[in-house]
Design a binder for this molecule. Sequence first.
Ligand code: UGY
Ligand code: MN
Length: 249
Amino acid sequence: MEASDPPLFGNTRSRVTHNYALITPDTHVNSPLVGWQNTTAVHHISPEMGARFSQFTVFMTAGGRSESAGPGIERFVYVQQGSVRLSSDSKRELTEGCFVFLPADTQDRIVCDQSATLVMFDKRYVPHPDFETPAMVVGNANETSGEAFMGDPDAVLKTFLPISPEYDMAVNLFTYQPGATLPQVEIHVMEHGLIMLDGQGIYRLGADHFPVAKGDVIWMGSFCPQWFVAMGKKPASYLYYKDIHRERL
Ligand code: UGY
Ligand code: MN
């Protein structure tokens, strides 16, 4: 096969199993979103797959406007490219790296003047009898400080939501220098939705190891064994969701 040949027909790195999925960009299929304006979406992770949340990417053009997430659903929005505004704060431009957490049943909409690509995590909010409902959060990854993960300065974790029991979800940004790894194979009850924002590496999912790169999405269900090593010449970073702070029974 010549280097210029098209990719092998009928072949993909994507894999969907009962407790993990790797979704690569070549398999994306766009769909419209009911009630949204000037927007299309790709659904990567959803309850149909066995997940307890949804992860999707939206592509907005000028005049783009979101619909609410639906009753009882909280929403995290990360601006991957372009810019958007909140309907309640039209002066503040949310550019690449900005993020918003919209608590369940808030009326705010996302509006777009030009174009934007947004990574979305929707989750049914689980109230806790001892805690208030969480507040809205607006921030910027570039202004969020990171911490060495388990003491490794080559694996830096930025935490976007307060680690406080009002919040039943977390969204974090992990950046690894080439050669840096998750320090252990993790197995935990929390599930993850993840998108590679930059670089590449090898992700262990269950008993399998996959080369992954920018644009790949991964679902890790509860107790899915997971591990990562960054490879190549530049840092690898991924944005990921997890459910936290609620008892299972
Ligand atoms: O927060 C986490 O569980 C994270 N260390 N997992 C992961 O990056 N796969
Ligand atoms: Mn994990």
